[in-house]
Design a protein around this ligand. Structure first.
Ligand code: SF4
Length: 385
């Protein structure tokens, strides 16, 4: 059985009723656990997939993606054999595409190093691409019943209130204290239900903005409730400054097709497809930026042929306004032959409807939909270059 780290500070006061907390939480979870698709089985592939999807994704959204993903890749071997473009397309709309790329890389590691069987020890799971201590703890405890805590954002919030911690949960010493508390409270032989119970409590009762303390199964153990500080916990961490960015891109039409390029592996949105474009420079109009960016990224000179739409999207602390234009190559240039890529690894000319089979960052995906609905599209496509 794994032990709590020796350097962990004592997290719980002597009077804390450990046995009462455990039994009250477990009873509540047994009676209130939601019926979620990944809870129908203890298959480690399902548990791992759900945990990766739930990072930075709302539960309802994750459920539909999870079910579609399993239809396409019913086991880890079928995922390991998938093409990356296909996985990214299936992931489109979930965001944080590095998760999808790591999922595929991890599946290949499982196939190559573990013969296609998901590993059953913490260190091997933790070593998989995209798996941190939380995910490894969750997979080990939920799939295998291992004695491991799983501390996600929901659990951090619960502990910040139960222990009435007056520092942000992002502080390293607070993280250590919460992890130590999670180890101390973990009931031998019941980690599967206990870890899920803590997460469920944070999701359903001890919610970020509205803790329902009168319904809470562990309210008698909660220091924040006793002290009247529930609304002050967790202490928020300083918010990063929001940065507003204006961008422009061009949808180049030529001979009934559209020019797209594939982003480099080490860029933001690695491996996704896009329309060439970039950030407006000071004093530049969106059309001017689109023409300049197109030239810098592909060495093609283009002229705008009308605005398609302006779409707004977010990426971490960036609020992006994306101006999309139809455009056409200047006379004498053949986009297929004359492009030279400087910000991408591959370019293709595809029919507009085939665009739906490629994975794009959300702003470009929304521009694609707007373009396909645009009544000017067929006229522009049939015009001679
Ligand atoms: S009593 Fe309230 S604040 Fe404390 S753990 Fe329960 S829901 Fe959260």
């Amino acid at each position: 059985m794994a032990k709590a780290p020796v350097e962990a500070p004592a997290p719980l006061a002597g009077a804390f009723d450990v046995g009462g907390f455990r039994s009250e939480l477990l009873r509540w979870f047994n009676e209130n656990a939601r019926d979620l698709p990944w809870r129908k089985t203890l298959e480690p592939y399902h548990v791992w997939l759900s945990e990766i999807m739930l990072q930075q994704t709302q539960m309802d959204r994750a459920v539909s993606y999870f079910e579609r993903f399993l239809l396409r890749y019913p086991d880890i071997v079928s995922l390991a054999q998938a093409h990356e473009d296909e996985v990214l397309k299936l992931w489109e709309g979930l965001g944080y595409y590095t998760r999808a790329k790591n999922l595929l890389r991890a599946a290949r590691v499982v196939l190559k190093e573990h013969g296609g069987t998901f590993p059953a020890n913490f260190e091997a799971v933790r070593a998989l691409p995209g798996v941190g201590p939380y995910t490894a703890g969750a997979v080990m405890s939920v799939a295998y019943g291992a004695h491991r805590p799983a501390v996600d954002a929901n659990v951090e919030r619960v502990f910040s209130r139960v222990l009435d911690i007056d520092r942000p949960v992002s502080a390293p010493e607070v993280k250590r204290r919460i992890l130590a508390a999670a180890w101390e409270l973990l009931p031998p032989g019941e980690s599967r239900a206990f870890n899920q119970g803590l997460m469920e409590l944070g999701a359903l009762i001890c919610a970020p903005r509205s803790a329902e303390c009168q319904r809470c199964p562990v309210s008698r153990h909660c220091l924040a409730r006793a002290r009247g500080t529930v609304n002050l916990r967790p202490v928020p961490k300083p918010k990063p400054e929001v940065v507003r960015v204006d961008m422009a891109c061009g949808i180049l039409l030529t001979e009934g097709q559209v020019f797209i390029q594939k982003r480099r592996p080490n860029d933001v949105w690695p491996g996704l497809w896009e329309f060439p474009g970039g950030v407006l420079e000071p004093g530049e109009s969106p059309e001017e930026a689109m023409v300049r960016e197109f030239r810098e990224e592909t060495e093609l000179s283009v002229r705008p042929e009308g605005k398609i739409a302006v779409v707004r999207t977010s990426y971490t602390r960036y609020r992006i306004t994306l101006h999309g234009f139809f455009c056409r190559a200047e006379p004498g240039q053949d986009p297929k032959r004359d492009h030279r890529l400087h910000e991408a690894v591959e370019a293709r000319l595809v029919s507009p409807t085939d665009l739906l089979t490629f994975a794009f960052p959300s702003g470009h995906a929304r521009l694609t939909s707007r373009m396909l609905e645009d009544v000017r599209l067929q006229t522009l496509l049939s015009a001679v270059d």
